[in-house]
Write a protein that binds this ligand. Structure first.
Ligand code: PLP
Length: 396
């Protein structure tokens, strides 16, 4: 007897769009910049808000402390550490500032970060430099990049006996490349230098095992690739540096220990942090190892096809990318931010394609993201749209 079976729907792709509020009929190729929060996570956040407003005093004084620790514990478990090492902050920028402002800087001390560090992080370093007389050194990472040894070599060249902190990215924002954290942490620790990892893009996109990594601090966003509400991020501090780590805002918890200091920094809406648990639940329900492979494949396949269409090349070995790839825009025109913005705006206005266009190293680049709601067809629009825009803007 012939049995007819209906083929199973693909595990990932457009049918998952129903879980997000994203406008229909747009090519959303930039999950990286601000994430996108699923409906059910927003619903969980709303439920926490309503709970808070039913009896604000009871909530803030009796329920919140335990709820926050439960959420931190869940998140810590996902990230390979314990809740007591992890506190919530609003975003990666806050986490980085927190560490920079906690350290007892002295004039002549040096701080190392890379030339492609996130601009807000560079500003935070410049602020410390201006106030404490700290010298900021940049590890010059080439791009195009031939391999991850070039990243390690760049940091090794920037470290000196005066280096007091090294900031390394986990996933670079402009390059979209995953940094080799284990050799970078060893490089610094062998010289007795603490390491702060800027993992703004990493949690949810690539595996993060905080205890095994052994960094001193790790800052990560939950609102990008973990699908938590905006304003949900964390700071991990290894036990040995917790006593020296203080929130930017000093409040009731001062001198009462790491977790207590961070868990209350004044009255605020904690619903985004508490909804991290719902984000993790949804994330886990979609089988993280499998969908990480899907979103990586999606991005690198799209990149491979686009460089072929544009007669250019991928700027780093494909395995170095996670779920984002940065590609050169096929033009020799001198790069500047306003040209990048004009190309970005034309892509959105004429083609409804959202992807960041960047200007660095004297060239223009475009970064594409893969997410579970994307399919290969989403990227095809760029193959013709980018050259057409370059022609129209007289940039080709
Ligand atoms: C490497 C890196 N650091 C920090 C940030 C800042 O993240 P947030 O805006 O959540 O503070 C980003 C944002 O894209 C980033 O890519």
């Amino acid at each position: 007897v012939e049995t007819k079976t209906t083929p199973a729907p693909p595990a990932y792709g457009h049918h998952l769009r129903r879980h997000w509020l994203l406008e229909p009929d747009i090519f959303y190729l930039n999950h990286g910049s601000f994430g996108a929060t699923p409906r059910r996570v927003l619903a969980a956040q709303t439920a926490w808000r309503e709970r808070m407003e039913q009896q604000p005093v009871r909530f803030m004084t009796k329920e919140l402390p335990a709820a926050l620790r439960a959420a931190a514990g869940e998140l810590a478990g996902f990230l390979g550490t314990q809740g007591e090492n992890l506190v919530f902050v609003d975003n990666a920028t806050t986490g980085v500032n927190t560490v920079l402002r906690s350290l007892p800087w002295k004039p002549e001390d040096e701080l190392v970060l890379c030339n492609h560090a996130y601009p807000a992080v560079k500003n935070a370093a410049a602020f410390v430099s201006g106030h404490a007389g700290v010298r900021v050194r940049e590890a010059e990472i080439p791009f195009p990049l031939s391999g991850e040894e070039e990243i390690v070599a760049a940091f090794a060249a920037a470290i000196t006996p005066a280096t007091r902190l090294v900031i390394v990215d986990h996933v670079s924002s402009p390059l979209a490349v995953i940094f080799p954290l284990a050799p970078l942490v060893s490089l610094c620790h062998e010289r007795g230098i603490p390491v702060l990892v800027d993992g703004a893009h990493a949690p949810g996109m690539v595996p993060v095992e905080l205890d095994a990594l052994g960094a001193d601090w790790y800052v990560g966003n939950c609102h990008k690739w973990l699908w938590a509400p905006k304003g949900c991020a964390f700071l991990f501090a290894a036990p040995r540096v917790q006593e020296a780590t203080h929130p930017l805002v000093i409040s009731h918890g001062w001198m009462k220990g790491y977790v207590t200091e961070f868990d209350w920094t004044g009255t605020r809406d904690p619903s985004g942090w508490l909804a991290a648990t719902a984000a993790l639940e949804f994330h886990r329900s979609l089988d993280p190892p499998r969908f990480r492979a899907y979103i990586h494949e999606l991005a690198v396949q799209a990149a491979t096809e686009l460089v072929k269409a544009w007669d250019t090349t991928v700027p780093a070995p494909l395995p170095l990318f996670g779920a984002m790839v940065t590609l050169p825009i096929p033009t020799a025109v001198m790069a500047d931010k306003s040209t990048a913005d004009r190309i970005h705006d034309a892509l959105w206005e004429r083609y409804r394609a959202e992807a960041p266009v960047l200007s660095f190293n004297g060239r223009l680049w475009i970064r594409i993201s893969g997410q579970v709601y994307n399919e290969p067809v989403d990227y095809q629009v760029l193959a013709d749209a980018v050259p057409a825009i370059l022609r129209d803007l007289k940039l080709s």
